[in-house]
Design a protein around this ligand. Structure first.
Ligand code: ZN
Ligand code: ZN
Length: 294
């Protein structure tokens, strides 16, 4: 069960999320096949629909057009959105999401066309049959643990990124965004809980700044890049992170937060006079970064 949960989790975090939704790295076709297969095992709808919903979530984050708008509360953003009728704004804005890259991907289209038979084979039949055949598990045990148990566990972990990681935590990179940094969600979701960073810099394949060290998904992408299966890994320049944390962070950043709290850094709207202060903040933060490295 844990192998299946982990494997299908990778299909979601690395495949559906970082590769297909955000194009944060490129993958050779064997890796794409493996990720699409694992994403099928996860049973969270076909890749095309998953990616469309997720791109819409970023584009209209926490508004009526966001499929799991966290302003409607924990329950709605966790599971309620799948149990209720879509808001009219979700339907109308959903049609505006650019999906041309996935529409040109034969692997994605194959999975979409044959999703039901693929799901029955890879998410239902094989996970139930393998424990029965190889280590004599009963069919009932296998059905409840390898299918229902595993499915519910992974779904709830995935949903925590939409609910808890939009509600309970800090906003060191952009306090104007609802998503937060949540180490608990990051731990459970193998690296997807540093969500304030992710919404601030969605193209970054690490989906985190400091937390990327502890992200299993990021570690695996690095390993796959080392053997050439993943390439063109996109990151965010350090000075861009620093600049954003200083200007619009909530002051909880482990390095820049101290400076921000102390100096009350100027915001976008502030006058030219504040530019000088801004420059000194940058220098000061640079010194701190260097001290931190040392
Ligand atoms: Zn995302
Ligand atoms: Zn989000």
């Amino acid at each position: 069960m844990s192998v299946l949960t982990f494997g299908s989790g990778i299909g979601v975090t690395m495949g559906a999320h970082r590769l297909y939704s955000h194009k944060s790295f490129k993958a050779k076709w064997p890796l794409k096949v493996a990720l699409i297969l694992l994403q099928t095992v996860a049973g969270q709808n076909c890749m095309y629909i998953w990616v469309r919903d997720h791109r819409q979530h970023h584009k209209y984050s926490d508004t009526d057009a966001d499929p799991h708008n966290a302003n409607r509360g924990f329950f709605f953003s966790h599971i309620g959105w799948l149990m209720s009728k879509k808001h009219p704004a979700v339907i109308s804005k959903g049609k505006t999401i650019d999906m041309s890259d996935l529409e040109a991907d034969p692997l994605v289209l194959f999975q979409q066309t044959f999703y039901n038979p693929l799901y029955i084979i890879f998410a239902l039949a094989l996970p139930i049959a393998i424990p029965v055949y190889f280590w004599g598990e009963t069919y009932w045990n296998s059905l409840f643990i390898s299918y229902f148990g595993r499915y519910m566990l992974l779904l709830n972990i995935t949903w925590l990124v939409n609910s808890a990681a939009h509600l309970y935590g800090t906003r060191p990179f952009d306090k104007n965004l609802k998503p937060v940094e949540s180490s608990l969600v990051a731990f459970l979701s193998i690296g997807e809980g540093w969500h304030n960073y992710h919404h601030a810099f969605p193209w970054d394949y690490r989906a985190a700044e400091l937390g990327s060290k502890y992200s299993v998904t990021t570690f695996l992408i690095n390993c796959l890049a080392a053997v050439g299966l993943a390439y063109d890994l996109k990151t965010t320049p350090y000075n861009m992170i620093q600049y954003k944390a200083l200007r619009v962070g909530d002051g909880t950043h482990h390095i820049f937060g101290k400076i921000k709290r102390k100096n009350d850094v100027p915001t976008k709207e502030s006058s030219e006079d504040n530019a000088k202060d801004d420059e000194s903040n940058k220098n000061q933060s640079q010194r701190l970064v260097e001290a931190n490295k040392g």
